[in-house]
Design a binder for this molecule. Sequence first.
Ligand SMILES: *Cc1c(COP(=O)(O)O)cnc(C)c1O
Length: 427
Amino acid sequence: MEKTFRPDTICVQAGWKPKKGEPRVLPIYQSTTFKYDTTDEMGRLFALEDEGYFYTRLQNPTNDAVAEKIAELEGGVAAMLTSSGQAANFYTIANLCQAGDHIVCSAKVYGGTFNLYASTIKKLGIDCTFVDPDASAEEIDQAFRDNTKAVVGETIANPALTVLDIEKFAVLAHKHGVPLIVDNTFATPVNCRPFDFGADIVTHSTTKYMDGHAMAVGGCIVDSGNFDWEAYGDKYPGLTTPDETYHGVVYTRQFGKKAFITKATAQLMRDLGSIPSPMNSFLLNIGLETLPLRMEKHCSNARQVAEFLKDHEKVEFVNCAMLKGDPYYDLAQKYMPAGTCGVLSFGLKGTKEDAVRFMDSLKLCAIVTHVADARTCVLHPASHTHRQMNDEQLKEAGVTPGLIRLSVGIEHPLDIIEDLAQALNQV
Ligand SMILES: *Cc1c(COP(=O)(O)O)cnc(C)c1O
């Protein structure tokens, strides 16, 4: 067996492994297509009988090297990059479900994922039941049906910042013979590896910390290879029965532990086509090289900023699972002992107008619709993501007029704190 390295080493060394005389740095294979010498050579690729590149919508060496690095980081057997996190979360469900099927999902997931599962896949005939992730196992158990095919949650929910009890969800999913899918975007595999706690498939918006510099939108699906698709009879026919669009290949039989990712690539990427550009994958790879350094700094900065805000007279509350006393502190200690992430939220005392004055007084922290950037970003949900709601609806959604979402960057922590302090003084 090949030696397995620690995350810091995987981040710089995994994926692209140049042979004699090849470039040290991962090349950008900016080519749609790849050349062969004989008709038969290319024919075997189309029949999935040989491995090799022929068209970038299906596979590309730059994309694959980066996917391999992320798979290794998560401790999985295979991964596929997508052009966005949205595509990753859609493909994961589309790879398991068809019209008439059902999934169970944490109600605290990212808004984009919520819309996708509550509305868009519903139009395709796939139903979703949303559950309170903090409910008891007995309560969540009620959401399962005979046609349930998967369970979904987020390690740290964006922007709710709740921490998922991965083991509780994994036990429930496996009791019902379905895989647990965890969106690990905010924690990253540096701070949490959901497979170690029973998750079967991990998804990412690589747009966030993995890229980390706000350069490229992207996504990734990683398979642990642990879920036994064939053990559940005809529940996953797409994986366990012949794919007539590929000469009757049975993915589980021909590809074993790599069945899930091979089907996602050969079938979904072929038909739906949300492939990242090799240039974006190259940028993502540079981001990954420094991921452990950045995560450590994001977390230590966020801790200091959270402590500062917690004690400030104009701040009502702070949501940060690294703070003692936070409702998710214990879960965070269990699943992410080294730290959670740089994103936190806090409630400013006063009105919506006070919050706007605070926002507009910030000089270093920038107002952008983004999180997980090296640069500190800030957003006012009542003015931005939840703008259409009135005060009553905001209350119902758990968004107070003074709620601020802060993505703490990797600047010097005192510069961030001083900027927040001077803006708080303007309120
Ligand atoms: C941003 C985000 C997504 C969507 O990813 P895009 O790359 O923006 O398409 C999905 N899940 C989580 C947790 C996110 O933060």
